[in-house]
Design a protein around this ligand. Structure first.
Ligand code: SF4
Ligand code: SF4
Length: 184
């Protein structure tokens, strides 16, 4: 069954003289290159020299995740695994641990994630982890993932994901009223 009209029928017809010497096609290609070169000189390049220059983003941009702390600075994540189950790219892995009495000031719930990792090369920034989290612990932010030169560096652990106590990350601009009310 034909699904679209985009397919082209390939023909084995003899090439014309112009096609055989390739020159018309070469000049046509050079013309297109020249047209873009002139436009870039006149109007400036349409590209951004990332990462030195970043394209402006909206506040609802879905970028690098943050694992939130509560108002007392304790990690919200309880290592329930719902975000990992919801993730269509299977980018999230974690190891759960039990909180001790001495750790009550560090972790909000009795169970916490001793290891929490997101593979940023797998992530498609869909936001399903954020939707699935019952503890309002994970959010996507308007930050871009850093440029790295090796694949291993794209696996972000808690050192990069958990927000710093003194450098909280405001995600309220990305939240709906329903979500804001759910954060307790
Ligand atoms: S944003 Fe989507 S793909 Fe990325 S970790 Fe969350 S659920 Fe997975
Ligand atoms: S981030 Fe949320 S959904 Fe994921 S393990 Fe932690 S509490 Fe569960």
């Amino acid at each position: 069954m034909k699904l679209t009209n985009r397919s082209k029928v390939v023909s084995n017809k003899e090439m014309t003289l112009a096609e055989k010497i390739y020159l018309p096609a070469i000049f046509k290609g050079m013309g297109i290159t020249l047209k873009h070169a002139v436009r870039n000189i006149v109007k400036g390049p349409p590209t951004y020299s990332y990462p030195e220059v970043q394209k402006p983003r909206t506040t609802i941009w879905r970028g690098q995740h943050v694992l939130k702390r509560d108002e007392e600075g304790r990690e919200r994540c309880t290592a329930c695994g719902l975000c990992a189950v919801a993730c269509p790219a299977e980018a999230i892995t974690m190891t759960a641990a039990e909180r001790t009495k001495e750790e009550k000031h560090l972790y909000r719930e009795e169970k916490y994630a001793s290891v929490y990792e997101i593979n940023m090369l797998r992530c498609i920034f869909c936001g399903m982890c954020e939707e699935a989290c019952p503890k309002s612990a994970i959010y996507l932010t308007d930050r871009l993932v850093d440029v790295e030169t090796n694949r291993g560096s794209f696996i972000y652990g808690k050192d990069k994901l958990v927000e710093k106590i003194n450098e909280r990350i405001d995600i309220t601009t990305r939240q709906s009223e329903k979500q804001k009310n759910a954060v307790k």
